[in-house]
Design a protein around this ligand. Structure first.
Ligand SMILES: Nc1ncnc2c1ncn2[C@@H]1O[C@H](COP(=O)(O)OP(=O)(O)OP(=O)(O)O)[C@@H](O)[C@H]1O
Length: 235
């Protein structure tokens, strides 16, 4: 079993959120506490509708919880202005979506380079880093292709490259293999886990697959708005 360092990268305290449905309030998260250390790989499980995407979007600062605190690198993200939260997200978080979310009008290279461009990195350095990561994911010869010219698995590889190119300390993946066949899903998982380990990033991956979960350091299950831990596994 891999030793987990103590320094928390992400701290969640008493996180609660409800959605309004008609005139009613439907609680989804009910006082979640979580500490995630640097370099950890966490699998987040839970039945459909249990709130996994809601939680992940809050950790990314995309949505704001009604109550509770989320600290990333010691910064309370919901106390930040919208602008500062966006900056923190751009620098410190990489997000991989189930449906890839590539920008259809940009080439593969432009999609992958976007986080660097937004972070003010120079053109030459962007080209160098894009070249390196595209060869890492086996798409070094597809710079000028557009997303709709790629297979689903290839698009997800591009999305992983985009999530990692600026080496964010935290990578969040929301069912990254959910829209792929089993074999392609395995390849994508190998790339995602391989790159996040190689780059020593923290990964939180939402999955319905016990097999995927068994490759993580910790398995957390979201049920009735609360997280429970299934115990540490091999990694
Ligand atoms: N903006 C919203 N307004 C109202 N209800 C919402 C909203 N977003 C999500 N929900 C509801 O909150 C619940 C949790 O949704 P969420 O997408 O977080 O679940 P999930 O665990 O990720 O599900 P799945 O595994 O099916 O992707 C669901 O019942 C969903 O319908």
């Amino acid at each position: 079993m891999r030793e987990i360092p103590n320094k928390p990268l992400l701290v969640v305290e008493q996180l609660s959120h409800s959605y309004r449905e008609g005139g009613d309030s439907r609680p989804i998260l009910n006082g979640i506490d979580l500490r995630v250390a640097e370099h950890e790989c966490i699998a987040l499980l839970g039945r459909s509708g249990s709130g996994k995407s809601t939680l992940l979007n809050m950790l990314a600062g995309i949505d704001t919880p009604q109550a509770g605190r989320i600290e990333i690198l010691g910064e309370d993200i919901n106390a930040l202005s919208e602008r500062d939260r966006t900056l923190l997200r751009r620098r410190h978080i990489g997000f991989v979506y189930q449906f890839f979310n590539l920008i259809p009008t940009l080439t593969i290279a432009e999609n992958v380079g976007l986080p660097l461009e937004l972070n003010g990195v120079g053109e030459q350095e962007i080209s160098r880093l894009v070249g390196l990561i595209l060869s890492d994911i086996g798409l070094g010869d597809r710079w000028n292709a557009f997303p709709d010219q790629l297979s689903g698995g290839e698009q997800q590889r591009v999305a992983i490259a985009r999530a990692l190119i600026h080496t964010p300390p935290i990578v969040l993946a929301d069912e990254p293999t959910g829209n792929l066949d089993a074999e392609t899903g395995d390849q994508i998982l190998a790339i995602l886990l391989g790159l996040t380990r190689q780059l020593k990033r923290t990964l939180i991956i939402v999955t319905h697959s016990q097999e995927v979960a068994e490759r993580a350091d910790r398995i957390l299950t979201l049920n009735d708005g609360l997280l429970s831990e299934q115990g540490a596994l091999h990694c």
